[in-house]
Write a protein of this length. Sequence first.
Length: 365
Amino acid sequence: MLNLGLFMMPLHPANKDVTVSYEEDRQLVILADKLNFTEAWMGEHYSSTAEPVTSPLIFHASLISETRNIKFGTGVISLPQQHPAVVAGQVSLLDHLSKGRVILGVGAGGLVSDWELFDNMDGRSRALTMIESVEAIIKFWDNKDTYNYKGEFLDISLTKNVVSELGIGKFIKPFQKPYPEIAVSLKNPNSMTAKLAGQKGWIPISGNFVNAQDIATHWPTYKEAAQEIGKNPSYDKWRVGRSVLITSSDNEAKEILDDPMGVFTNYFLYLNSVSKLASGTPGNDINLQNEIPDAMQKAKDLIIVGSEQTVTEKLIHFIDTVGPFGTLLLTGHDVGEKKQLWENSFSTMSNKIQPILNNYIKQKF
């Protein structure tokens, strides 16, 4: 069965009142829960007013009592800029408060200004620290009398100041046993992260800003790595992100895509700029006005937007290209003045298009 989920970086205009942005994002999660979406994912960024959520765990905690069943995914916690004990403890807390509605999405960090802020500019160090951090977090959740973890980048111990009978030196375990599922995001074709996830049994999440041809390599890469160690995963585990907006007509969709100041242009203008910074281009050398045409073209290539019929046809073509997957993660963009349009779009996806897609996948695959 194809489930629906919600994924938010989130990305808003840089000068927007963050109080408004936070509440709009919260309302999207509440709506998604009412529409029987299974998951809501929230990103983590410290040095961007455009991506203003500094803690997906705190954000999700604010929604526990206002939702019923939706699971809360961290998309992602950037482990190289966090101490593993802090992550392990806070995830355990949220897992208990939500009665087991947590999925732990982890990563090495994707925002270059955060790399600089936390002195994590070396890519190899970030990648290996992420892997070591996951190992350290899982070890925190083991029921041992003392704690020792040593890797190339992490060296953590708690052996002397322990009085187990009083709980001193002991760690809170999650509500879920043995611990919440772990997830990682995928971007590149034949991704090494997909191989790692397949070996570890982690949830793979293909990004919404990745083209379909590259996404099509993710599950085969994941599955091959899993099968090499004797596992046979079901594609139900695979999450795939896409930006989808259902409009009243294809003409309305065209107007939105053709707007150089529109939400989708801004989205890819931001992503393109982050990518340039990560590749070494100084911020002062990025001419945003010159970047707009490329951002608009990427939006036209990657956003699924149009009438209900057009979106349905595009999603079926997308599934034909990438293969079947378990959960379609719809991107939560800045709703701005088009709140009703976005709410109608999510409702139509759940009530009308999801059943069509499920029937199509069942018949074809």
